[in-house]
Design a protein. Structure first.
Length: 402
């Protein structure tokens, strides 16, 4: 029987080694995160950066006031930031509400070029045409709440030399639903632990679509795309040019998230469709860029690009965990002791990544209780992937239900 099973056993060992690469890299980032130092500590009492806060909003009259009140409560001098809201193809009172709370509102109507990327670039073009004073721009979604020291922290990051900064982006009031608590757990790993680790190894922490800060020269040089993954497209343009996005862990933003899996459907389809397309598009370019940097002896450029390759190739935690369980079942079926050991290493490695990451992010205990819903979430995510692979989920930009 061992002779008959030998090809299957060999194949399993090869697959197991391949699985170890993304799981090992996640553990590397987690360990590195434990040794990370904050690079965004407030360095001065008198801020010097004038910020333009850009808020793309589509029918957000209900949630926009919460953001604007939050911005008004920051500990940053009021004369050193201005809030600009672009009411994008709105059918409600978004623009009027923005003006009511002291923001400058622009109204955009373009049914052909719909979506956040188009709205942001249009708003920035309007501001540059009128030559508004600003040293850096902040991009915030309309359903966001910011920490009191948000701009003070971002100012310090810019003073220390950063050109692009990403805040810690997490869930607002996750205790309202188990799906939101699971999302908070996921964001603790992807939006907090991994970025902290990347700051140690020399990678770029990525752009998360919300809580992003750009020095003015960056926005003048790189334009926003109109794709549904505009933030990742922008980040890839920066990385390919050798620019690093810095993590400001002390600048925290909280955003509304769907409270049910049905509500999260649209958002997840957009993310996962984009993930597959972007991996095909950018991994070859990043590898070529890493090779060019290696020839020049630019080790910083090599690490920057290879780290971004890994981010594209690491599957979502739910997919990797379910694949590891499937691998264990296959190892048991072919009675391969080595493959069984590898499967156990894979599973233990992912659990270590999960719980060490949640501890590092100081996740509330309620989040741990929500982990009992992980099996249901994984089944839902696998069903979603099957529909995407069968091309049953094709969509452009669609507003996420909240």
């Amino acid at each position: 029987m061992s002779v008959l099973f030998f090809p299957a056993q060999l194949l399993l060992l090869i697959v197991g080694v391949l699985f170890m690469i993304p799981i090992g890299y996640q553990l590397l980032l987690t360990v590195a995160a434990y040794f990370a130092r904050s690079v965004t500590r407030i360095m001065q009492t008198m801020p010097t950066t004038h910020f333009a806060i850009l808020v793309p909003a589509h029918d957000e009259e209900q949630l926009l006031p919460t953001l604007l009140k939050s911005l008004a409560g920051m500990d940053y001098p009021k004369d050193q930031y201005t809030v600009y809201v672009v009411a994008d193809n709105c059918t409600d009172r978004t623009a009027a509400v923005a003006r009511q709370f002291g923001a400058i509102a622009y109204e955009r109507h373009d049914e052909l070029r719909r979506g956040k990327g188009y709205a942001l670039q249009w708003l920035w073009d309007q501001l540059m045409t009128t030559q508004v004073p600003c040293d850096a721009a902040v991009i915030l979604d309309a359903d966001t709440v910011v920490s009191r020291s948000f701009l003070s922290t971002m100012d310090s990051a810019l003073v220390q030399g950063a050109n692009v900064v990403q805040a810690y982006y997490t869930v607002h009031n996750p205790e309202r639903a188990w799906a939101m608590r699971l999302r908070a757990a996921a964001l603790a790993l992807v939006h907090y632990v991994r970025p902290k680790g990347r700051m140690v190894i020399g990678g770029s922490v990525g752009l998360k679509g919300n809580g992003m800060v750009f020095r003015r020269s960056i926005l003048e040089q790189y334009r926003w795309s109109g794709s549904v993954t505009e933030d990742i497209d922008y980040h890839m343009a920066l990385v390919l040019a050798g620019e690093q996005v810095v993590f400001a862990e002390d600048a925290v933003i909280w955003a509304e998230m769907p409270g049910t899996l049905a509500g999260a459907h649209t958002q997840n389809v957009r993310w996962e469709q984009g993930r597959l397309q972007l991996a095909r598009q950018y991994v070859p370019q990043l590898l070529a860029g890493a090779l060019t940097a290696l020839r020049k002896g630019d080790w910083r450029g090599v690490i920057l690009r290879l780290d971004s390759v890994m981010e594209h190739l690491i599957p979502p935690f739910s997919i990797l965990l379910s694949a590891s369980f499937a691998y264990l079942l296959c190892a048991l079926a072919v009675q391969s002791t080595s493959a069984i050991r590898i499967a156990l290493i894979l599973l233990v490695g992912q659990l270590a990544y999960l719980f060490a990451g949640l501890l590092l992010a100081k996740t509330p205990w309620q989040t741990y209780l929500a982990l009992r819903y992980v099996p249901a979430f994984i089944l839902w995510k696998l069903w979603l992937y099957v529909r995407i692979l069968l091309r049953l989920e094709n969509q452009g930009w669609v507003r996420t239900a909240r």
